[in-house]
Design a protein around this ligand. Structure first.
Ligand code: KG4
Ligand code: ZN
Length: 361
Protein backbone atom coordinates (compact mmCIF):
# COMPACT_ATOMS: atom_id res chain seq x y z
CA UNK A 1 0.00 0.00 0.00
CA UNK A 2 1.63 3.23 -1.20
CA UNK A 3 0.61 5.98 1.18
CA UNK A 4 1.22 9.68 0.60
CA UNK A 5 1.67 11.47 3.91
CA UNK A 6 1.24 15.22 4.32
CA UNK A 7 2.33 17.15 7.44
CA UNK A 8 1.84 20.86 8.17
CA UNK A 9 1.12 21.10 11.90
CA UNK A 10 3.87 23.53 12.82
CA UNK A 11 6.72 25.08 10.84
CA UNK A 12 7.61 22.30 8.42
CA UNK A 13 5.73 21.56 5.22
CA UNK A 14 6.39 17.91 4.50
CA UNK A 15 5.25 15.17 2.13
CA UNK A 16 6.42 11.58 1.81
CA UNK A 17 5.50 8.30 0.18
CA UNK A 18 5.89 5.20 2.36
CA UNK A 19 5.03 1.63 1.39
CA UNK A 20 3.04 -0.28 4.04
CA UNK A 21 4.55 1.60 6.96
CA UNK A 22 8.02 0.25 6.34
CA UNK A 23 9.72 1.45 3.16
CA UNK A 24 10.29 5.15 2.49
CA UNK A 25 10.12 5.90 -1.24
CA UNK A 26 10.50 9.64 -0.71
CA UNK A 27 10.44 12.16 2.10
CA UNK A 28 10.59 15.88 1.44
CA UNK A 29 10.66 18.53 4.17
CA UNK A 30 10.54 22.30 3.58
CA UNK A 31 11.56 24.07 6.76
CA UNK A 32 10.36 27.57 7.56
CA UNK A 33 13.20 28.15 10.02
CA UNK A 34 14.55 31.19 8.20
CA UNK A 35 11.11 32.81 8.19
CA UNK A 36 10.57 32.44 11.94
CA UNK A 37 14.17 32.77 13.18
CA UNK A 38 14.11 36.57 13.33
CA UNK A 39 11.10 36.40 15.66
CA UNK A 40 12.70 33.82 17.95
CA UNK A 41 9.74 31.44 17.61
CA UNK A 42 7.04 30.24 15.25
CA UNK A 43 4.63 32.97 14.14
CA UNK A 44 1.33 31.19 13.35
CA UNK A 45 0.15 33.54 10.58
CA UNK A 46 3.49 33.32 8.80
CA UNK A 47 3.46 29.54 9.17
CA UNK A 48 0.08 29.25 7.41
CA UNK A 49 1.23 31.52 4.60
CA UNK A 50 4.43 29.54 4.07
CA UNK A 51 2.56 26.21 4.09
CA UNK A 52 0.23 27.59 1.44
CA UNK A 53 3.20 28.54 -0.69
CA UNK A 54 5.01 25.22 -0.22
CA UNK A 55 2.37 22.50 -0.13
CA UNK A 56 1.80 22.01 -3.87
CA UNK A 57 5.48 21.83 -4.93
CA UNK A 58 6.45 19.71 -1.90
CA UNK A 59 3.74 17.11 -2.55
CA UNK A 60 4.61 17.04 -6.24
CA UNK A 61 8.29 16.54 -5.40
CA UNK A 62 7.50 13.69 -3.00
CA UNK A 63 5.41 11.87 -5.61
CA UNK A 64 8.02 12.44 -8.33
CA UNK A 65 10.92 11.32 -6.15
CA UNK A 66 8.98 8.17 -5.30
CA UNK A 67 8.91 7.50 -9.06
CA UNK A 68 5.12 7.41 -9.09
CA UNK A 69 2.19 9.08 -10.77
CA UNK A 70 -0.57 10.45 -8.55
CA UNK A 71 -2.93 7.70 -9.73
CA UNK A 72 -0.55 5.07 -8.38
CA UNK A 73 -0.98 6.22 -4.78
CA UNK A 74 -3.25 4.00 -2.71
CA UNK A 75 -4.21 6.45 0.05
CA UNK A 76 -3.59 9.93 1.42
CA UNK A 77 -2.74 10.45 5.10
CA UNK A 78 -2.63 13.88 6.67
CA UNK A 79 -1.92 15.33 10.11
CA UNK A 80 -5.24 16.47 11.56
CA UNK A 81 -3.85 17.62 14.95
CA UNK A 82 -2.53 18.61 17.36
CA UNK A 83 -0.88 21.75 16.02
CA UNK A 84 -1.49 25.30 14.85
CA UNK A 85 -5.04 25.59 13.51
CA UNK A 86 -4.24 27.59 10.38
CA UNK A 87 -1.15 25.53 9.61
CA UNK A 88 -3.03 22.23 9.99
CA UNK A 89 -5.82 23.48 7.74
CA UNK A 90 -3.49 24.00 4.79
CA UNK A 91 -2.29 20.40 4.71
CA UNK A 92 -5.71 19.06 5.54
CA UNK A 93 -7.52 20.99 2.81
CA UNK A 94 -4.90 20.03 0.27
CA UNK A 95 -5.06 16.36 1.25
CA UNK A 96 -8.86 16.34 1.06
CA UNK A 97 -8.82 17.95 -2.37
CA UNK A 98 -6.24 15.49 -3.64
CA UNK A 99 -8.00 12.44 -2.20
CA UNK A 100 -11.31 13.60 -3.65
CA UNK A 101 -9.86 14.33 -7.09
CA UNK A 102 -8.02 10.99 -7.22
CA UNK A 103 -10.84 8.98 -5.68
CA UNK A 104 -8.47 7.60 -3.01
CA UNK A 105 -9.08 6.97 0.69
CA UNK A 106 -8.20 9.72 3.15
CA UNK A 107 -7.07 9.28 6.75
CA UNK A 108 -6.44 11.93 9.40
CA UNK A 109 -3.45 11.12 11.63
CA UNK A 110 -2.53 12.33 15.11
CA UNK A 111 0.87 14.05 14.98
CA UNK A 112 1.99 12.31 18.19
CA UNK A 113 1.09 8.91 16.77
CA UNK A 114 3.25 9.95 13.83
CA UNK A 115 6.24 10.65 16.09
CA UNK A 116 5.83 7.24 17.72
CA UNK A 117 5.62 5.54 14.33
CA UNK A 118 8.83 7.27 13.25
CA UNK A 119 10.51 4.80 15.60
CA UNK A 120 8.65 1.81 14.14
CA UNK A 121 9.54 3.02 10.65
CA UNK A 122 13.20 3.35 11.60
CA UNK A 123 13.19 -0.15 13.08
CA UNK A 124 11.51 -1.60 9.98
CA UNK A 125 14.08 0.05 7.72
CA UNK A 126 16.88 -1.48 9.76
CA UNK A 127 15.23 -4.88 9.66
CA UNK A 128 14.63 -4.75 13.43
CA UNK A 129 11.45 -5.45 15.35
CA UNK A 130 10.08 -3.39 18.19
CA UNK A 131 8.93 -5.29 21.25
CA UNK A 132 5.71 -4.47 23.09
CA UNK A 133 4.36 -3.30 25.45
CA UNK A 134 6.60 -0.28 25.01
CA UNK A 135 7.03 3.07 26.65
CA UNK A 136 6.91 5.92 24.13
CA UNK A 137 8.42 9.25 25.09
CA UNK A 138 7.57 12.03 22.63
CA UNK A 139 9.73 15.07 23.28
CA UNK A 140 9.52 17.98 20.88
CA UNK A 141 9.01 21.73 20.69
CA UNK A 142 5.29 21.28 21.23
CA UNK A 143 4.99 18.09 23.29
CA UNK A 144 6.42 16.17 26.19
CA UNK A 145 4.22 13.12 26.52
CA UNK A 146 4.76 9.60 27.72
CA UNK A 147 2.51 6.71 26.62
CA UNK A 148 2.20 3.01 27.17
CA UNK A 149 1.98 1.48 23.69
CA UNK A 150 0.61 -1.95 22.87
CA UNK A 151 0.31 -3.73 19.55
CA UNK A 152 -2.29 -6.39 19.05
CA UNK A 153 -2.17 -9.45 16.79
CA UNK A 154 -3.56 -7.48 13.82
CA UNK A 155 -0.80 -4.83 14.20
CA UNK A 156 -3.29 -2.36 15.64
CA UNK A 157 -1.72 0.05 18.11
CA UNK A 158 -3.27 1.36 21.31
CA UNK A 159 -2.00 4.07 23.62
CA UNK A 160 -2.44 5.07 27.24
CA UNK A 161 -1.17 8.44 28.50
CA UNK A 162 1.13 8.01 31.50
CA UNK A 163 2.59 11.48 31.94
CA UNK A 164 2.95 14.83 30.25
CA UNK A 165 4.27 18.31 30.77
CA UNK A 166 1.97 20.68 32.61
CA UNK A 167 3.48 23.77 30.99
CA UNK A 168 6.40 24.11 28.56
CA UNK A 169 7.44 21.23 26.34
CA UNK A 170 11.05 20.07 26.76
CA UNK A 171 12.03 21.48 23.35
CA UNK A 172 10.32 24.74 24.18
CA UNK A 173 12.37 24.95 27.39
CA UNK A 174 15.55 24.37 25.37
CA UNK A 175 14.51 27.08 22.91
CA UNK A 176 13.58 29.61 25.62
CA UNK A 177 16.82 29.11 27.54
CA UNK A 178 18.79 29.42 24.31
CA UNK A 179 16.97 32.63 23.42
CA UNK A 180 17.64 34.01 26.91
CA UNK A 181 21.39 33.65 26.45
CA UNK A 182 21.42 35.00 22.88
CA UNK A 183 21.61 31.78 20.86
CA UNK A 184 19.64 31.51 17.60
CA UNK A 185 16.30 29.83 17.01
CA UNK A 186 15.68 26.95 17.43
CA UNK A 187 18.18 26.90 20.24
CA UNK A 188 17.89 23.23 21.27
CA UNK A 189 20.55 22.06 18.82
CA UNK A 190 22.90 24.86 19.99
CA UNK A 191 22.53 23.97 23.65
CA UNK A 192 23.31 20.40 22.61
CA UNK A 193 26.44 21.45 20.71
CA UNK A 194 27.75 23.71 23.49
CA UNK A 195 27.01 21.38 26.41
CA UNK A 196 30.10 19.16 26.04
CA UNK A 197 32.21 22.29 26.65
CA UNK A 198 30.62 23.02 30.03
CA UNK A 199 30.69 21.42 33.45
CA UNK A 200 27.17 20.19 34.23
CA UNK A 201 27.86 20.00 37.96
CA UNK A 202 28.50 23.73 38.31
CA UNK A 203 24.98 25.14 38.40
CA UNK A 204 22.39 23.61 40.68
CA UNK A 205 18.99 23.84 38.97
CA UNK A 206 15.59 22.74 40.30
CA UNK A 207 13.77 19.56 39.28
CA UNK A 208 10.50 19.33 37.36
CA UNK A 209 8.26 17.43 39.71
CA UNK A 210 4.78 18.74 40.56
CA UNK A 211 1.98 17.77 42.88
CA UNK A 212 -0.39 15.23 41.38
CA UNK A 213 0.69 12.66 38.81
CA UNK A 214 4.28 11.67 39.70
CA UNK A 215 4.96 11.00 36.01
CA UNK A 216 4.21 14.58 34.91
CA UNK A 217 6.81 17.30 34.35
CA UNK A 218 6.87 21.04 34.80
CA UNK A 219 9.70 22.82 33.02
CA UNK A 220 8.72 26.39 33.82
CA UNK A 221 10.53 26.53 37.20
CA UNK A 222 13.71 25.31 35.56
CA UNK A 223 13.45 28.01 32.93
CA UNK A 224 12.85 30.68 35.58
CA UNK A 225 15.88 29.48 37.55
CA UNK A 226 18.02 29.94 34.44
CA UNK A 227 16.54 33.42 33.95
CA UNK A 228 17.45 34.36 37.54
CA UNK A 229 20.96 33.05 37.05
CA UNK A 230 21.36 35.07 33.84
CA UNK A 231 20.08 38.25 35.52
CA UNK A 232 22.41 37.81 38.48
CA UNK A 233 25.38 37.10 36.23
CA UNK A 234 25.68 40.49 34.49
CA UNK A 235 25.77 38.72 31.14
CA UNK A 236 24.35 41.51 28.95
CA UNK A 237 27.51 42.14 26.94
CA UNK A 238 28.18 38.52 26.04
CA UNK A 239 24.49 37.93 25.23
CA UNK A 240 24.53 40.92 22.87
CA UNK A 241 27.69 39.58 21.24
CA UNK A 242 26.07 36.19 20.62
CA UNK A 243 22.88 37.78 19.31
CA UNK A 244 24.99 39.54 16.69
CA UNK A 245 26.38 36.18 15.58
CA UNK A 246 22.82 34.92 15.04
CA UNK A 247 21.45 37.89 13.14
CA UNK A 248 19.15 36.93 10.24
CA UNK A 249 21.06 35.29 7.44
CA UNK A 250 24.11 34.50 9.60
CA UNK A 251 25.16 30.90 10.21
CA UNK A 252 27.90 31.02 12.84
CA UNK A 253 30.37 28.18 13.27
CA UNK A 254 30.68 26.31 16.54
CA UNK A 255 34.11 27.91 17.06
CA UNK A 256 32.67 31.40 16.68
CA UNK A 257 29.87 30.70 19.17
CA UNK A 258 32.30 29.09 21.61
CA UNK A 259 34.59 32.11 21.38
CA UNK A 260 31.63 34.30 22.38
CA UNK A 261 30.61 32.02 25.26
CA UNK A 262 32.65 32.30 28.49
CA UNK A 263 33.09 29.26 30.70
CA UNK A 264 30.37 30.13 33.28
CA UNK A 265 27.77 30.33 30.49
CA UNK A 266 28.94 27.02 29.02
CA UNK A 267 28.57 25.54 32.50
CA UNK A 268 25.07 26.96 32.80
CA UNK A 269 23.98 25.45 29.47
CA UNK A 270 25.54 22.08 30.28
CA UNK A 271 23.83 22.08 33.69
CA UNK A 272 20.48 22.97 32.13
CA UNK A 273 20.73 20.26 29.47
CA UNK A 274 21.79 17.67 32.01
CA UNK A 275 18.89 18.61 34.28
CA UNK A 276 16.36 18.20 31.46
CA UNK A 277 17.83 14.86 30.44
CA UNK A 278 17.90 13.56 34.01
CA UNK A 279 14.29 14.57 34.54
CA UNK A 280 13.14 12.88 31.34
CA UNK A 281 15.16 9.80 32.17
CA UNK A 282 13.94 9.57 35.76
CA UNK A 283 10.24 9.64 34.79
CA UNK A 284 10.81 7.25 31.89
CA UNK A 285 12.56 4.78 34.19
CA UNK A 286 9.81 5.06 36.77
CA UNK A 287 7.11 4.54 34.13
CA UNK A 288 8.98 1.62 32.56
CA UNK A 289 9.16 -0.07 35.95
CA UNK A 290 5.52 0.64 36.77
CA UNK A 291 4.26 -0.60 33.41
CA UNK A 292 6.69 -3.50 33.05
CA UNK A 293 7.39 -2.55 29.43
CA UNK A 294 9.76 -4.43 27.12
CA UNK A 295 11.30 -1.42 25.38
CA UNK A 296 11.46 2.36 25.26
CA UNK A 297 10.82 4.43 22.12
CA UNK A 298 12.08 8.02 22.16
CA UNK A 299 10.99 10.42 19.43
CA UNK A 300 10.36 14.08 18.56
CA UNK A 301 12.88 16.85 17.89
CA UNK A 302 14.55 16.60 21.32
CA UNK A 303 15.30 12.92 20.61
CA UNK A 304 18.03 14.33 18.38
CA UNK A 305 19.87 15.53 21.50
CA UNK A 306 23.19 13.70 21.76
CA UNK A 307 23.41 13.90 25.52
CA UNK A 308 19.92 12.44 25.82
CA UNK A 309 20.70 9.57 23.44
CA UNK A 310 23.82 8.67 25.38
CA UNK A 311 22.00 8.56 28.71
CA UNK A 312 19.02 6.58 27.43
CA UNK A 313 21.23 4.08 25.64
CA UNK A 314 22.75 3.14 29.00
CA UNK A 315 19.40 1.83 30.28
CA UNK A 316 19.04 -1.91 30.62
CA UNK A 317 15.91 -2.06 28.40
CA UNK A 318 16.19 -1.86 24.60
CA UNK A 319 15.86 1.81 23.61
CA UNK A 320 14.95 2.87 20.08
CA UNK A 321 15.45 6.28 18.47
CA UNK A 322 14.53 7.37 14.97
CA UNK A 323 17.31 8.62 12.69
CA UNK A 324 17.82 12.39 12.91
CA UNK A 325 15.71 13.00 9.80
CA UNK A 326 12.82 11.02 11.27
CA UNK A 327 13.18 12.61 14.74
CA UNK A 328 12.10 16.11 13.75
CA UNK A 329 8.82 16.81 11.95
CA UNK A 330 8.40 14.92 8.68
CA UNK A 331 5.63 13.28 6.68
CA UNK A 332 7.09 9.78 6.43
CA UNK A 333 6.04 9.23 10.05
CA UNK A 334 2.49 10.33 9.19
CA UNK A 335 2.27 7.91 6.28
CA UNK A 336 3.75 5.16 8.50
CA UNK A 337 1.25 5.79 11.31
CA UNK A 338 -1.63 5.65 8.83
CA UNK A 339 -0.70 2.23 7.49
CA UNK A 340 -2.03 -0.09 10.24
CA UNK A 341 -5.24 1.93 10.40
CA UNK A 342 -5.80 1.98 6.65
CA UNK A 343 -5.00 -1.73 6.48
CA UNK A 344 -7.81 -2.34 8.96
CA UNK A 345 -10.23 -0.35 6.85
CA UNK A 346 -10.23 2.91 8.82
CA UNK A 347 -11.09 5.96 6.72
CA UNK A 348 -11.80 9.62 7.40
CA UNK A 349 -14.74 11.19 5.65
CA UNK A 350 -14.96 14.63 4.06
CA UNK A 351 -16.01 16.16 7.37
CA UNK A 352 -12.46 15.65 8.73
CA UNK A 353 -11.37 18.84 10.47
CA UNK A 354 -8.21 20.28 12.00
CA UNK A 355 -8.07 19.63 15.75
CA UNK A 356 -5.44 21.92 17.33
CA UNK A 357 -5.76 20.13 20.70
CA UNK A 358 -6.27 16.59 19.43
CA UNK A 359 -5.36 14.01 22.06
CA UNK A 360 -3.89 10.61 21.42
CA UNK A 361 -5.06 9.06 24.66
O1 KG4 B 1 9.53 17.50 16.55
P1 KG4 B 1 9.98 18.87 16.16
O2 KG4 B 1 10.72 19.04 14.87
O3 KG4 B 1 8.77 19.86 16.09
C1 KG4 B 1 7.72 19.85 16.98
O4 KG4 B 1 6.74 19.05 16.78
O5 KG4 B 1 7.83 20.64 17.94
O6 KG4 B 1 10.86 19.42 17.40
C2 KG4 B 1 11.52 20.67 17.38
C3 KG4 B 1 12.12 20.92 18.74
C4 KG4 B 1 12.67 22.32 18.96
O7 KG4 B 1 12.24 22.79 20.21
C5 KG4 B 1 14.18 22.11 18.94
O8 KG4 B 1 14.90 23.04 19.70
C6 KG4 B 1 14.29 20.73 19.54
O9 KG4 B 1 13.21 20.01 18.98
N1 KG4 B 1 15.57 20.10 19.19
C7 KG4 B 1 16.54 19.82 20.08
C8 KG4 B 1 17.60 19.25 19.35
N2 KG4 B 1 17.23 19.21 18.03
C9 KG4 B 1 15.98 19.72 17.95
N3 KG4 B 1 16.58 19.99 21.41
C10 KG4 B 1 17.69 19.59 22.04
N4 KG4 B 1 18.76 19.06 21.42
C11 KG4 B 1 18.76 18.87 20.08
N5 KG4 B 1 19.82 18.33 19.46
ZN1 ZN C 1 6.48 17.18 16.04
Amino acid sequence: MRILGIESSCDETAAAVVVSGERVLSSVVASQLDVHARYGGVVPELASREHLRAVTPIVREAVERAGLRYGELDAIAVTSGPGLAGALLVGLTYAKGLAFALGKPLLGVNHLEGHIHAVALEAAQQGGRLVFPALALVVSGGHTHMFRVERDATAGYSYRLLGRTRDDAAGEAFDKVAKLVGLGYPGGPWVDRLSPFGDASKVDLPGTRMKGNPLDWSFSGLKTAVLRWVRAGAMDAEIAARRRLFEPGERPTLDAVLAATPQPTRDLLASFQQRVIEELLARAEQAAEQEQVESILVSGGVAANRGLRERFEKLSLPVWFPSLALSTDNAAMIAAAAWPRLARGERSDWSLRAYPNLRLA
